[in-house]
Design a protein around this ligand. Structure first.
Ligand code: BG6
Length: 488
C-alpha cells in the first residue's frame, strides 16, 4: 500500500453527540483508520461528550462495538484497536444545563494542543453548546468548531445560526461540513479541471451543450423519517450536496487552492443562479415495492404520515447567468429508492459544427462523465471509426480513466470523506468546508422554490420503487431534445 500520510499536530477533539449515530458510524471508525495509518498522534485525545451516563471504559466498549459494526473490513490488529481506544475519554454532559462542563473544562485546561469541538448534535443545540464553551472558557481564539448539516432549514434560520455562532467564534474557527466535499472524486474534479490544459478552454457554453448532476440512492428514508419528512430532497440533498457539486463544476479557476480563493468562486456561482421556473422542476415521492410492501414500504408509510407532501425526489433545470454559462442548462436530480446507487456528473459537449462524413455516419457528442460513487472514475467518450469494412461509420468509445485500474486501487490508501475532513480541521484547512455566506446564498436560491410548492399546495408525483423517478423528470429533458444518462 502506498502511504503518503503526513502526521497532523497533536490535538484534543471533543465530540458532542459522541454516542450518536454519526459518531458511531462515521466519525470514530474514520478516526480509527487514521490511527491505523499512523496519522493520528499517539498522545491525541478524543473526548466523547453526551447525555448517556457512561465512564471512559463504557465509552471505549461502545466504540469497540461501533468499529466492529461500521469500521468496514480494514485489517487491523488487536493492539491497534486497544491503542486507539486508550486515547478515548468520556464526559457526561448536559448541552442545556451545567452538568459535565466543569469536568470538560478541567480536561481541556492549559492544553497547548489543537482544540476542536465537533457538534454532532441536533442544530437546535448548536447555540447552547457554543454559549457554554464560552462560559467555561473553552471558546478561545484557537478553538475550532465543526458543525454538521442541516445548517438551517431556510435563509432566515441559517442567518440566525450564523449570527449565533458568530457571537462566540470567528468565521475562520467554524468548519461547516458537507461530506460530499471530502469525497475523493469531488476533489479530483478540481484536479481534472484546473490541473489540465485539455478541458478548461472548452469549459463554457460555447462548447458545452448541457451538464447533468445525478445523485441517485437505492435506500429509502430508513429510520430518519421524522427528520426527512420535514426536509425533503430539496433541503436534504439539493441545497447542500448537489449545490456544492454544481459550484465545483461551474466555478471560475480560483487564483490558488486556498480556502477563501475557492469559496469566493463558489459563492459567485450560487449568486449567479437564476430563479427556477415551476415548469423546470419535478418533485416525486416513492411508492411501495409491489408484492414486497412490508420490506419496502412507500414513502408515506415510511415516514408515518399518510398525507405527506414531502418530496423524496427532485429533478430541476438550473441556469447560471454569467459569461461562461449563459445558455447552458444544468440538470440536477436526486432521489431515494431509485434503480441504482449512482452519483455522477456528466458534461455533454456540443455537436461538431459540421459532419464531413455525411449524415449517414451519425452525429456523435463527446461526453465527460465524472463518477463519484460507486466505481469512482472519469470517462471521456470519443468518436472513432467503427473498425472493419463497410465505409466510414462512427461509434463512441470511452477513453477510460478508471482510478481502480490506473492506480491499482489496492495499493492506494482509501480515505473516507469524514476522515479527510476531520484531518483538515486539525490542520486548520477550511478549503473543503462551507463558508457562512455560501450557505446563506444557497438557501436564498432554494427558499423561493420551496415557498412556491407551499403556495401552490404542490403534490409530488408518485414514482415506482426502484425506477428512475417520475416520468415527468424524463420529460423535463426530452422536451428539450435531451435525455438523462441512465442510472446504473
Ligand atoms: C446525507 C443525507 O447528507 O447524505 C442522506 O442526509 C443521504 O439523506 C446521504 O442518504 C448520502 O450520502 P452518501 O455519501 O451515501 O452519498
Amino acid at each position: 500500500m502506498v502511504s503518503r500520510v503526513i502526521p497532523v499536530d497533536l490535538f484534543d477533539l471533543v465530540i458532542f453527540g459522541g454516542t450518536g449515530d454519526l459518531a458511531r458510524r462515521k466519525i470514530l471508525p474514520g478516526l480509527f483508520r487514521r490511527y491505523c495509518a499512523e496519522q493520528m498522534p499517539q498522545e491525541a485525545r478524543i473526548i466523547g461528550a453526551a447525555r448517556s451516563d457512561l465512564d471512559a471504559q463504557g465509552y471505549r466498549q461502545m466504540i469497540r462495538e461501533a468499529i466492529a459494526e461500521f469500521g468496514g473490513d480494514s485489517a487491523h490488529s488487536d493492539e491497534q484497536l486497544d491503542g486507539f481506544l486508550a486515547q478515548l475519554e468520556y464526559v457526561t454532559i448536559d448541552a442545556r444545563g451545567d452538568q459535565g462542563w466543569k469536568e470538560l473544562q478541567a480536561m481541556m485546561a492549559g492544553t497547548t494542543r489543537v482544540e476542536a469541538y465537533y457538534f454532532s448534535v441536533a442544530p437546535a443545540l448548536f447555540g447552547d453548546i457554543a454559549e457554554r464553551l464560552q462560559k467555561w472558557g473553552m471558546a478561545d481564539v484557537d478553538a475550532r468548531i465543526v458543525v454538521e448539516k442541516p445548517f438551517g432549514r431556510d435563509l432566515a434560520t441559517a442567518k440566525a445560526l450564523n449570527a449565533t455562532l458568530a457571537t462566540y467564534f470567528n468565521e475562520d474557527q467554524i468548519y461547516r461540513i458537507d461530506h460530499y466535499l471530502g469525497k475523493e472524486t469531488v476533489q479530483n474534479l478540481m484536479a481534472v479541471r484546473f490541473g489540465n490544459m485539455l478541458f478548461e478552454p472548452l469549459w463554457n457554453s460555447q462548447y458545452v451543450d448541457h451538464i447533468q448532476i445525478t445523485v441517485a440512492e437505492t435506500v429509502g428514508v430508513g429510520g430518519r423519517g421524522e427528520y426527512y419528512d420535514k426536509s425533503g430532497a430539496m433541503r436534504d440533498m439539493v441545497q447542500n450536496h448537489l449545490m456544492q457539486l454544481l459550484c465545483l463544476i461551474a466555478m471560475e479557476p480560483p487564483a490558488r487552492f486556498s480556502p477563501d480563493a475557492v469559496r469566493d468562486e463558489k459563492l459567485k456561482v450560487i449568486r449567479a443562479l437564476d430563479p427556477v421556473a415551476s415548469h423546470h422542476i419535478v418533485r416525486g415521492q416513492y411508492q411501495a415495492e409491489p408484492c414486497n410492501e412490508a420490506a419496502n414500504p412507500g414513502y408515506r408509510t415510511a415516514v408515518d404520515n399518510p398525507r405527506s407532501r414531502t418530496e423524496s425526489f427532485v429533478a430541476l433545470r438550473a441556469e447560471i447567468s454569467n459569461w461562461r454559462w449563459a445558455g447552458t442548462p444544468f440538470y440536477l436530480r436526486t432521489g431515494k429508492c431509485l434503480a441504482a446507487r449512482a452519483s455522477e456528473i456528466t458534461v455533454v459537449f456540443k455537436d461538431t459544427p459540421h459532419s464531413i462524413f455525411g449524415e449517414d455516419a451519425g452525429r456523435h457528442r463527446n461526453v465527460l462523465s465524472i463518477r463519484l460513487q460507486p466505481d469512482e472514475g472519469i470517462t471521456l467518450g470519443v468518436t472513432i471509426k467503427e473498425p472493419g469494412p463497410g465505409g466510414m461509420r462512427l461509434i463512441d468509445v470511452p477513453l477510460d480513466m478508471s482510478f481502480a485500474e490506473a492506480l491499482k486501487e489496492d495499493e492506494v490508501e482509501q480515505v473516507d470523506a469524514y476522515e479527510r475532513l476531520i484531518m483538515d480541521v486539525i490542520r486548520g484547512n477550511q478549503t473543503l468546508f462551507m463558508r457562512g455566506d455560501e450557505v446563506e446564498a444557497a438557501w436564498a436560491w432554494t427558499d423561493p422554490i420551496i415557498e412556491g410548492w407551499q403556495a401552490r399546495n404542490d403534490v409530488p408525483k408518485p414514482y415506482d420503487f426502484g425506477s428512475d423517478g417520475p416520468t415527468d423528470a424524463t420529460e423535463l429533458l426530452r422536451r428539450e431534445g435531451r435525455a438523462w444518462r441512465p442510472v446504473t
